[in-house]
Design a protein around this ligand. Structure first.
Ligand code: SF4
Ligand code: SF4
Length: 675
């Protein structure tokens, strides 16, 4: 695929001489305040090949664009130079206007006399001179431009959604309902993510299961969704519209199609009682070696844990599970991990977050004092389907009389994570409300600032205040079991400076809840590399533009949804998942993508096949044709960064719009004038 439209450097691909139109913009007073725009326009009139030169207040406006279009027709212009703002902002605008008037859009060149002259100088005369120099270079280089064409690449309409939390579920259902085929990959044995562990959601106190589980079963039942749980994406190749993805299926030791979810095997397991830490209940409950993550899991299929199953560990077990499964024959202890390759056109990454490891905040005693819990553990204890059947009791089985909730654990802290996790204030309020509803305990919330920005959030805060929850403003210094009064004996004590009252307080508590923050997954960097994305300093996946492209990534066709992009609550996650699905749909329904032709290309006769460029390309756009022994650049993947052009030892890589002769003549002209 080549972008070249063969022709010579004269005129519009023909033999007629170059006829340049120059358009200098005032940009209101942005340029005009520090550049004499009229003088620049006058100067351009005399440059070789210039037929018409105009100045205008706002070149990007409709009349400004019309001016260019008219001149192209009237003066038979075959080259256009616009001296205005950064090409980043309006190159597309002017290329489109040029194309509309019937001229190949790549015969336009834009120079920035705003960012490079007016905005960076405070001497109008010098700034005007600099604008003239830049312009002179542009007029010389545009004469050497070639007609180029955008390549069109078809888009495979199938979508891959990575992650089966609420973000992935919502995105998958939106796309499937629009009649697109979706492959949803989840690395756990069930979809549902963190939300499946919550009892209620703030601020409306909807039952999380009641809103989530119908969506989970809709995913399983949807004819357009292929659900792959206990599976991981291991390799991604290709480019927008045409990704090749390798998926690893981990062994469940159960044939998913044959298991009916009767759970007879769990009852029949040689382990009469559950003995092993139950991951879904944050280790607060126990499970057997054969188990289902939770009763409403989707798919409703059991799995066997090779680390605890006697048959898989030692080879010796009566296998009462297999016997109980009987005719259904769902067990398969020989299962191995398998790999398959799928082809999709777009990808939505919705891999979620992990909660802060509370043990890192040593002064709060998590893992030291049994009655210090994380918020997620309390979610499970309060949940009717949790390990205590929804009874909030201490490890000794007693109802707490006093519960302390500590906000900002692993958030807004120089020593751990500097960012605000956005959800902890609100879920702490929700937990405070629920603890009050489940027990007669006094509830204390230790907070730094109360962040309740969201629809109905402030109202919920006021409601919790009215319910009698105590709020103490100040960062907790420590949680200790060192008693100073009889009331503190045998209990935990939360010590914090009350910054509103101005003294240090000691609050005895029977349970301490740590409102742990949200962090990127441990393997976020691996996922980033696999999908060719970027991460912010915190390690969350980076959107292409925080305001204008909030669900896009630097790699076309790969979108972000949910907390993998940064901490967010459920309403924001669902909204973002909808936006990501809409972006994917827009691409699919267009049917093809247009590739900008400012890409690099290999001059085959000159390439020695040394492979230097292969590892240099940050977008993995270069491969080696092993038959011809030459480098090959895939224009659909090339972003035109120019790295390979500079790296090639024999200079056999060139780049459209940045050909040596174009760049050199531009430099030469700028320097000639400067001299
Ligand atoms: S093989 Fe034995 S230990 Fe493993 S799940 Fe079956 S009964 Fe339980
Ligand atoms: S210009 Fe950049 S993106 Fe394109 S092939 Fe060369 S190194 Fe890769």
């Amino acid at each position: 695929m080549s972008h070249h439209k063969h022709g010579n450097n004269q005129g519009n691909g023909g033999s007629e001489p170059v006829r340049v139109g120059v358009y200098t913009c005032y940009c209101g007073s942005n340029i005009a305040a520090m550049v004499d725009v009229e003088a620049v326009a006058k100067f351009a009139e005399k440059l070789p090949g210039v037929v018409v030169s105009r100045a205008y207040k706002y070149m990007c406006s409709d009349p400004g664009q019309e001016l260019i279009a008219q001149d192209i027709k009237e003066h038979k212009l075959n080259r256009i130079v616009v001296a205005a703002c950064s090409p980043l902002l309006h190159e597309h605008t002017f290329r489109t206007a040029t194309g509309r008037a019937g001229l190949n859009p790549y015969f336009l060149h834009m120079v920035s006399i705003r960012e490079h002259a007016s905005w960076v100088h405070d001497d109008k005369a010098n700034s005007t001179e600099k604008a003239k120099e830049i312009l002179q270079g542009a007029v010389a280089r545009v004469a050497l431009h070639k007609a180029l064409e955008k390549a069109k690449v078809p888009v495979n309409p199938d979508v891959l959604v990575v992650g089966g939390g609420i973000a992935g579920i919502h995105a998958a259902l939106t796309l499937a309902n629009a009649n697109k085929k979706v492959i949803l990959v989840e690395r756990d044995a069930t979809i549902g993510g963190h939300m499946a562990k919550f009892d209620k959601t703030f601020p409306t106190l909807d039952c999380a299961a009641c809103i989530l589980t119908p969506k989970m079963s809709a995913v399983r039942a949807h004819p357009n969704i292929t659900l792959k749980t206990w599976a991981e994406v291991t390799k991604v190749e290709g480019y927008v519209g045409n990704f090749k993805v390798q998926i690893k299926q981990k062994p469940r030791y159960i044939n998913e199609d044959l298991c009916v979810g009767c759970m007879e095997c769990i009852k029949a397991c040689v382990f009469k009682e559950p003995k092993f830490s139950d991951e879904f209940n944050q280790g607060l409950g126990k499970r057997k070696p054969v188990y289902i993550p939770f009763p409403q899991a989707v798919p409703p299929v059991v799995l066997v844990d090779p680390a605890t199953c006697l048959k898989l560990k030692t080879g010796k077990c009566k296998q009462t599970c297999v016997e109980a499964c009987g005719e259904r024959k769902a067990f398969d202890f020989e299962q191995k991990e398998t790999f398959e390759e799928v082809q999709v056109g777009t990808v939505i990454v919705a891999t979620g977050f992990k909660t802060f490891d509370a043990g890192r905040q040593a002064l709060y005693g998590y893992g030291v004092y049994p009655e210090v819990y994380t918020a997620l553990e309390i979610e499970r204890l309060i949940n009717a389907s949790g390990p205590t059947g929804g009874h909030l009791v201490t490890k000794k089985g007693e109802a707490p009389k006093s519960v302390a909730i500590i906000h900002c654990v692993g958030s807004r802290d120089e020593h751990t994570n500097k960012w605000c996790s956005r959800v902890c204030c609100m879920y702490s309020l929700k937990l405070a409300h629920m603890i009050k509803a489940h027990t007669t305990a006094q509830v204390y919330n230790f907070y730094i600032d109360m962040r309740a920005a969201g629809k109905g959030y402030e109202e919920f805060y006021n409601r919790v205040l009215e319910e009698g929850v105590q709020f103490i403003r100040g960062r907790v210094a420590e949680v200790t079991d060192w008693a100073m009064t009889p009331d503190e004996e045998g209990r935990l004590v939360v010590r914090a400076e009350d910054t509103l009252a101005g003294f240090v307080r000691r609050i005895p508590a029977d349970m301490v809840v740590l409102a742990t923050g949200l962090e990127p997954h441990k393997d976020a960097q691996d996922v980033r590399r696999m999908f060719n994305m970027s991460c912010s300093g915190e390690g969350f996946f980076l959107e292409r533009h925080p305001k204008l492209a909030p669900v896009n990534t630097p790699t076309d066709g790969i979108f972000l949804a949910g907390a993998c992009q940064g901490p967010k609550d459920i309403p924001d996650t669902v909204a973002q998942a909808g936006a990501a699905a809409a972006e994917a749909l827009a691409l699919i329904d267009r049917g093809h993508v247009e590739i900008e032709p400012n890409t690099a290309y290999v001059v085959e006769e000159e390439c020695s096949g040394c492979k230097t460029c292969l590892s240099m390309c940050p977008y993995t756009a270069i491969t080696r044709d092993e038959v011809k022994k030459k480098a090959v650049i895939n224009p659909a993947m090339c972003k035109g960064c120019g790295t390979c052009v500079a790296a090639c030892p024999s200079g056999s890589i060139r780049q459209n719009l940045f050909e040596d002769e174009q760049v050199l003549v531009e430099i030469e002209e700028v320097l000639t004038r400067a001299a």
